[in-house]
Design a protein around this ligand. Structure first.
Ligand SMILES: NC(=O)c1ccc[n+]([C@@H]2O[C@H](COP(=O)([O-])OP(=O)(O)OC[C@H]3O[C@@H](n4cnc5c(N)ncnc54)[C@H](OP(=O)(O)O)[C@@H]3O)[C@@H](O)[C@H]2O)c1
Length: 359
């Protein structure tokens, strides 16, 4: 029997999740939550660019939670509203619905997340008898399932480095990757991401999860960042970046053993700029890829893997948000089958695109 799913919000990521749920042979869409007044009352099909399906979006959370449903795909913007997001997640879990979500990247590796928040969510899981799996593409798949699968080829691992080399120029995410990252601001702007502990909060879980996957004890976790300004004004989907303001940034979280960074998760991001304009010395994707993920494992054997990504419209950011949605949507059967509690990628079986080859 198909698993009954409620889609919670239809922004960049949720749009693709909703469409995938509607088409998925193992899932059945039973409800849609909409925060934006303009979406309330609209048909789910209309909200994801396909034919009507007879289910309309509501902003009545209690009405939705009273429904028979196995899982909620929660995809409201999480990072700029962490308190509200945790409240939403607990409300849904306590109502006995499993949750998959890319919102709140700090929850991707529960043992590394804030202890109070973890205890609250864990208690909600136990009360509802359900599970929560939070993941995405980066952080997420590119720093956990992908390198973990590669590492299964190794007899020895000396270091692991995962990087996002991505142009956000066609991404419409002004609240998080825009404002929060400090794009379009002066180079000394106090962007939230670069407050002490900010990068670690978001990407440290990936480093700790990798250490735990390897059975390595880290002496400490460090963070570092660097920003570059653009010499010319750039017009991107989420904002105009004036000349002299930040258009490229590099940040990293380092897992240290004996003074050596043995596990590194990092981003080289730019906003519509030609990387040669403002950061000619930074790594760039291989020829032919506008953006990519890169995994470098030193050991025996040493491995390098570039992951290019392209959406149905040919755009790498469309590909990125589709992959973010599918990483958790494809995990729904495993999450519903898991014992109650917060899950990470290390707790799940191999997740594939089961039943998604439409022949
Ligand atoms: N790890 C990864 O690889 C990855 C990649 C991309 C995104 N993400 C995360 O996934 C989440 C969704 O990202 P997105 O790009 O899809 O976000 P988005 O398009 O900016 O926003 C998603 C939805 O959030 C809802 N929303 C906005 N303001 C709200 C408020 N004040 N109260 C309640 N709901 C509100 C809206 O819902 P309605 O549709 O209901 O109106 C909006 O469509 C974010 O937390 C993001 O950080 C992770």
């Amino acid at each position: 029997m198909a698993l009954r799913v409620i889609q919670w919000s239809t922004g960049n990521v949720g749009y693709h999740a909703l469409r995938a749920i509607i088409h998925h042979p193992d899932l059945e869409l039973v409800g849609v939550f909409a925060h934006s007044p303009a979406k309330v009352g609209k048909d789910a099909g209309e909200l994801c660019g396909i034919e009507p399906v007879g289910i309309t979006a509501t902003n009545n959370a209690q009405e939705l939670l009273a429904m028979q449903a196995d899982c909620v795909a929660y995809m409201a913007q999480g990072e700029p509203r962490p308190r509200e997001t945790v409240n939403d997640l607990c409300m849904i879990l306590e109502a006995g619905k499993n949750v998959v979500t890319p919102s709140l990247i700090s929850l991707y590796y529960p043992p590394f997340s804030n202890q109070k928040i973890r205890q609250r969510i864990e208690a909600a899981c136990q009360k509802g008898g359900v599970s929560l799996y939070a993941s995405g593409l980066d952080p997420g798949f590119s720093g956990d399932a992908l390198p973990f699968t590669l590492m299964s080829l190794c007899e020895r691992v000396d270091s692991v480095r995962v990087a996002e080399l991505f142009d956000y120029g066609t991404y419409n995410d002004p609240a998080f990757t825009g404002e929060y990252f400090g794009f379009g601001k002066p180079i000394d702007y106090p962007a939230a991401l670069f407050a002490p502990g900010g990068i670690k909060w978001g990407w440290g879980g990936i480093v700790q999860m990798t250490a735990d996957a390897l059975g390595v004890t880290l002496d400490e976790i460090r963070e570092a960042h660097e920003r570059r300004v653009t010499p010319k004004t750039l017009h991107t989907k989420m904002m105009t970046v004036e000349a002299g303001t930040v258009a490229a940034l590099h940040f990293q979280v380092q897992g240290i053993v004996k003074g050596r960074p043995v596990i590194v998760a990092e981003h080289y991001n730019r906003l519509g700029s030609d990387i040669f304009d403002c950061a000619p010395d930074w790594p760039k994707p291989p020829e032919g890829l506008p953006s990519c993920y890169r995994v470098q494992i030193e050991g025996s054997p040493s491995l390098t893997c570039y992951l290019g990504i392209k959406g149905y419209d040919g755009d790498h950011n469309t590909g990125g948000v589709t992959a973010t949605a599918m990483r958790v949507i494809n995990a729904i059967p495993a999450v519903c089958a898991a014992k109650p509690g917060m899950l990470s990628t290390l707790d799940l079986p191999l997740v594939t695109a089961r039943h998604l080859m439409f022949t």
